[in-house]
Write a protein that binds this ligand. Structure first.
Ligand code: ATP
Length: 221
């Protein structure tokens, strides 16, 4: 019997805020593994607000989790080629990864959980998996009280206090569009994919050229 986390998101791109909550939630709840599920365009975001292709977003998650033997990535939403609701995705992931007796947790930021009433069939989702509300800067887990009256399975929401990492994918995309560095805001492998593929308006060569300049100076000294 295992305790398994499912971490769905747009991951456009995956960033250190995501990695920190995956790690800290896994530790706090004693999860055996966390399965990242990069999504098609989610129902609450418009196609034009998602900037990288689903394959690029999948590759970035794969790069981000490299070296962590508790983290996995699943293609179920990538291959579906359409937007999926979490209440559809979770049973599919459980079928693909689960064995009888496993305990399932759906990992989410507190900002998303506070909007749970706008999700499709939230009570059914909570039956499929307990929902983890990880703290996120600007969103307080004490704000979840309004869900209590509306949801039969409110007690399946588990708040988890995580280190506050004030990074958002929106902020990263904006910074790249302005030519600002996002190094260390995303895992190194993600940074490389962004620059190699020129995602989000990132420049391909500028950074490397600057690094070479300093390298030459050091050699001459
Ligand atoms: P965007 O800025 O494009 O809306 P995002 O940074 O919120 O993106 P998502 O891929 O939509 O990233 O997030 C996936 C999940 O991770 C969501 O449940 C979200 O609440 C949570 N999350 C994202 N960033 C953080 C963060 N810095 N701290 C805690 N939770 C986060």
């Amino acid at each position: 019997m295992s305790r398994i986390g499912i971490f769905g998101g747009t991951f456009d791109p995956v960033h250190q805020g995501h990695m920190v909550i995956a790690e800290q939630v896994a530790q706090a709840l004693g999860l055996d593994c966390v399965i990242f599920v990069p999504g098609g365009v989610p129902p609450h975001k418009t196609a034009s607000s998602v900037k990288a292709s689903v394959e690029d977003r999948f590759d970035m998650v794969e790069a981000a989790i490299e070296g962590n033997d508790k983290f996995f990535v699943d293609r179920v939403e990538v291959d579906a080629g359409r937007a999926m609701y979490s209440v559809e995705t979770v049973p599919l992931v459980k079928d693909r990864w689960g064995k009888g007796g496993d305990e399932w947790f759906f990992v989410s930021g507190a900002d998303e959980v506070s909007n749970l009433l706008s999700w499709k069939e939230p009570d059914s989702l909570l039956e499929e998996a307990a929902m983890v509300a990880a703290t996120r800067p600007g969103y307080d887990i004490s704000n979840l009280g309004h869900l209590e009256e509306e949801l039969d399975n409110f007690d399946r929401i588990i708040p988890v206090e995580c280190t506050r990492v004030d990074i958002s994918a929106t902020g990263i995309r904006r910074a790249l569009a302005k030519g600002e560095s996002v190094r260390y805001l995303v895992p190194e492998g993600v940074y490389e994919i962004i620059h190699d593929r020129g995602l989000y308006g990132a420049r391909k060569e500028g950074e490397k050229a600057r690094q070479e300049g300093c390298l030459n100076r050091r050699t001459e000294a």
